[in-house]
Design a protein around this ligand. Structure first.
Ligand code: CA
Length: 230
């Protein structure tokens, strides 16, 4: 299951991220509202652990936005604000649970597990392009029924492309969406990752899935590709 931790206190954020990861979850950490918005636009999260006091705004705004999504993640608000009024505001904004700092990590982990047990998260929409299937919940990719092991970065990259099947996605958009803003790597990073993805996804006798649109970017599920699923 995939969890997003939004917390601007670096040490607390890392403790929560590491602790939940040890519990077997895939955990991403963001320190700002902007970063969190970018993360939820790329990946499908089952639970968001959300601090309210963030450097660029109030976590409640994100909570409301998430609540308006077709399949919203569960939101657990984690904050130093402990007044009853704040708790009510949080729950009214669509939060599923609320924990005030300071807290016991064991309690946080138990609450996250409880949120993940809620049945509506048993299934989440799969992305399908031709014989390629990506399951955001299970974090798996299959081609023609064969599981393809990907790195987290390759998975995010493919997820982003499949979410926009049929559209040409520029390298800049991919860098922005899949790499964090501090990323200052070489300009051919996207190309290298796409090449790796292709190597893993290509199967003899089956059509290539990721098309290069010269001078523009990449496309999955374009005209050249087989039928685009839901
Ligand atoms: Ca804070």
């Amino acid at each position: 299951m995939r969890v997003l931790v939004v917390e601007d206190d670096p040490s607390l954020g890392q403790v929560v991220q590491r602790g939940l990861a040890e519990g077997g979850h895939t955990v991403d950490l963001e320190r700002t509202l902007a970063g969190a918005r970018r993360a939820v636009a790329i990946a499908t999260y089952h639970v968001v652990v959300l601090d309210l006091g963030l450097p660029d705004g109030d976590g409640l705004a994100l909570c409301r936005e998430l609540h308006d999504q077709a399949t919203p993640p569960r939101v657990l608000i984690l904050t130093a604000r402990d007044a009853t009024g704040d708790k009510v505001l949080g729950l009214d904004a669509g939060a599923d649970d609320y924990l005030t700092k300071p807290f016991d990590f064991a309690e946080l982990a138990a609450r996250v597990r409880a949120l993940l047990r809620r049945p509506e998260h048993a299934r989440s929409p799969q992305l399908r392009v031709g014989d390629l299937e990506l399951d955001p919940a299970a974090h798996t990719v299959q081609r023609a029924g064969v599981t393809v092991p990907l790195t987290a970065r390759e998975f995010s990259l493919l997820h982003y492309l499949m979410d926009r099947a049929g559209e040409v996605v520029s390298r800049t958009d991919l860098l922005d969406a899949v790499w964090d803003t501090n990323y200052d790597g070489l300009s051919n990073t996207v190309d290298v990752h796409v090449a790796n993805l292709r190597r893993k996804l290509d199967m003899p006798g089956r059509p290539a899935l990721i098309e290069t649109v010269r001078g523009v970017g990449y496309r999955v599920g374009g005209d050249a590709a087989p039928e685009v699923g839901k």
